[in-house]
Design a protein around this ligand. Sequence first.
Ligand code: ADP
Length: 206
Amino acid sequence: MGAVLKVGLTGGIGSGKSEVSARLRAHGAMIIDADRIAREVVEPGTPGLAAVAAEFGEEILRPDGSLDREKLASIVFSDADRRAALNAIVHPLVGERVAELMEAAPEDAVVVYDVPLLVENDLAGMYDVVVVVDAPVETQIRRLVERRGMTEEEARARIAAQATREQRRALAHHVIDNSGSLDELHAQVDALWDELVRRAHTAPAG
Ligand code: ADP
């Protein structure tokens, strides 16, 4: 007996969440990438993009008809009401797409939702297990500067706009400590995978 185990994976920018997600995928996890789906539901030609344009006006479209994300982000960044209006369009569409993907998941599957803003959007309750990838802020900054070409100021600003390590850890069932080497990270992910598979096999179907 088993059931699909829903795992929410999160972590601050540069924490190593993508590394963890890739390794879980290699083990056989079904990965649901929330950011990617959120982009897909507003691709040109979708009802999602039409709804966003109806709400925010044609000026959030680029000349080629695609969504001008930077412009939309600048509108919703400082305005909670506009952000809520955007979420009211996008979230249900993401939910539908996720439900479709879930229907295709075999029994006993481990489904990992890669959700950068899980804590910020208060989504912990949606998952059987919440996994947080954690690293010291200075380590996050070093990775973002060395590997993603950000300036230190950009990296600090991005981190400051997100939940704190403490806020994330408070919601975690499982914390992956990514303050060390990639080998150390991989060993933790491999141990986590064994535990997740065990839970997927023993969880009551429901
Ligand atoms: P996130 O998805 O959390 O923003 P990534 O997984 O993309 O972060 O990691 C940021 C960068 O740091 C990537 O280039 C990644 O390969 C690298 N990285 C992650 N963890 C480690 C580690 N333990 N040691 C060295 N580099 C790492």
